[in-house]
Design a protein around this ligand. Structure first.
Ligand code: BGC
Length: 347
């Protein structure tokens, strides 16, 4: 484990960058600002390390930009329609920060704060933060911990434990962008993707709130049930792809159990680096980095639109307002406990 300075926030707080790893040569660097993943070095062919995630050189762009590179998004990931929801007859108003809706809980969430480091070992980092009652508009004080661990089988395990003292919405995610050919290697069109999802949640319009329908992917560009390249259909004439300016949609995982399952496999065409995603959550947002063009990243990189993708595990978007979707509402004292693993190998 190593730790170094990562610059200062606009409030003058010092941010730090921690690096953890395993004995197989995989390392992950994470900043306490937003508990955000900054770099993931995985062993590639001939044992050459490849950094497979977008990131910045220091904390300033993490605070300034709105791409959520690597961030821990909480309490609620993705969109909430009209930035409000009801619990037991009380309406809670959130920040309107994405058209008329709320995105990723608002502009001053956990992705914009310095988290406390509760524990660190060579391979593990435990971050914690508290969100107060009605902070960002959500009911209840919410205690959150996120544990990152680099496992000996080249996995990055992300374990969330959140609990609130009032009935509230709990739906965090991790917003890491991947490019398995290397973080600055251009569009991800040649990556092949398999998703364990025969259904997805189409959206009403470009503001990206789901219609509520859980629609079959068969016969649409959203069918990744048989692996195909991300680029194969992304530029096809399709109303849903038009709304998202590419893929920016939630897939309903074909769950076979309540526990962890493999839900996605992606392979980088240049490096042969494979990433398998495991989760216990019901949904996964495929976002093909449609709006990251022009971002100035670490090591002099300039990212291009669709130069990375996210696979964000979560409850479905706007689930708190949708009767058809599994509910992200937790009772007072009821623990949210969930794990997602991004596991790397060479194909
Ligand atoms: C959303 C995108 C958004 C991006 C960055 C993703 O989770 O689905 O629509 O542009 O986050 O905020």
């Amino acid at each position: 484990m190593s730790k170094r300075e990562f610059g200062k926030t606009s409030k003058g707080e010092a941010a730090a960058l921690y690096t953890i790893g395993n004995t197989k040569g995989m390392t992950v660097s994470i900043t306490d600002f937003g508990a955000a993943v900054v770099a993931i070095h995985v062993p590639g062919k001939d044992n050459v390390q490849v950094d497979v995630t977008t990131g910045y050189d220091d904390v300033a762009p993490y605070e300034r930009e709105t791409c959520y590179f690597g961030a821990t998004v909480a309490r609620n990931a993705n969109r909430i329609a009209n930035a409000k929801f009801d619990i037991d007859g009380v309406t809670y108003q959130l920040e309107v920060n994405d058209n008329e809706n709320n995105l990723h809980s608002g502009s001053n969430g956990t992705s914009e704060k310095i988290w406390a480091v509760k524990e660190m070992t060579d391979s593990k980092l435990v971050f914690a933060i508290v969100s107060g009652d009605l902070e960002q508009g959500f009911p209840g004080r919410c205690d959150m911990t996120v544990t990152y661990e680099v496992t000996e089988d080249n996995g990055l395990s992300i374990h969330y434990e959140l609990v609130s003292d009032k009935k509230t919405v709990i739906n965090p995610t991790n917003h890491t962008y991947f490019n398995l050919n290397g973080h600055a290697s251009g569009k991800v069109y040649g990556h092949t993707l398999w998703l364990k999802a025969s259904h997805y949640t189409p959206v009403i319009n470009s503001h990206a709130i789901p219609t509520g329908e859980i629609a079959p992917v068969a016969g649409t560009p959203f069918d990744f049930t048989v692996a195909k390249t991300i680029g194969q259909d992304i530029e096809k004439e399709d109303i849903q792809l038009g709304y998202g300016n590419g893929y920016d949609h939630n897939f309903a995982i074909d769950k076979e159990s309540q526990g962890m399952e493999k839900v996605a496999t992606v392979v980088g065409d240049d490096t042969g680096i494979q990433m398998d995603v495991y989760t216990d959550l019901p949904g996964i947002q495929l976002y093909t980095g449609n709006f990251i063009g022009g971002q100035k990243g670490k090591d002099g990189a300039e990212y291009e639109a669709r130069g990375a993708f996210c696979l964000e595990t979560q409850y479905f978007p706007d689930a708190v307002n949708q009767v058809n979707f599994a509910s992200p509402v937790y009772e007072a004292g009821q623990k949210y406990d969930s794990t997602t693993i991004y596991k790397f190998s060479i194909k």
